[in-house]
Design a binder for this molecule. Sequence first.
Ligand code: THU
Length: 199
Amino acid sequence: MTNLPVGELVAAARAARERAYAPYSRFRVGAALLTDGGDVVTAANVENASYGLGICAERAAVVAAVAAGYRSFEAIAVAGGGEAPVTPCGACRQVLREFPAALDLEVVCAGEAGDQVLTTTLRALLPESFGPGAFQAEGPGAFQAEGPGAFHSEGPGAFQAQRAGASEAEGPGALQAQQPGVLQAEGPDALGRPPGDPS
Ligand code: THU
């Protein structure tokens, strides 16, 4: 592994674990991502009173790393509670799958202390996976990051909201919810009020 012993990456994940916000599960997890240039980005799980909105340490690390300008990773260490190694959940495996050479990513799983470490690869953890290469089959299209398509900010589509007047402009749509329209169409609401009655 480039420039960094596994032990150091595990130590970074364990240190990040101390900063977890996990008041609901009380299961704290830390992650440390090693970039291809040898830098390390750490994160921890962050839970929420709306339980389903919590984010795992590994995904938080990916988000932090990408926001800091990194997109290529060599390894990730994960440290959970207890002595037994904690492996990334399925959602995190898929998110890690996104980046260049992702399947070669080394995944180092550890507990909060002790010497038990499981070292594997994303290829082993996510066989027959789906990834960005799938979109190349059809040629240039909507999901090309830099080209024209459904998500291109200057083309037609749902993401024109930031243009002046876009939310008032061109026909019914989700951004017109405050005008009479689809959201008021179908009879009394949960309080028994008729359509259009804001009282
Ligand atoms: N969790 C992680 O952060 N990473 C994992 O690999 C497994 C689970 C978090 C999510 C949740 O906040 C808590 O652990 C219990 O599932």
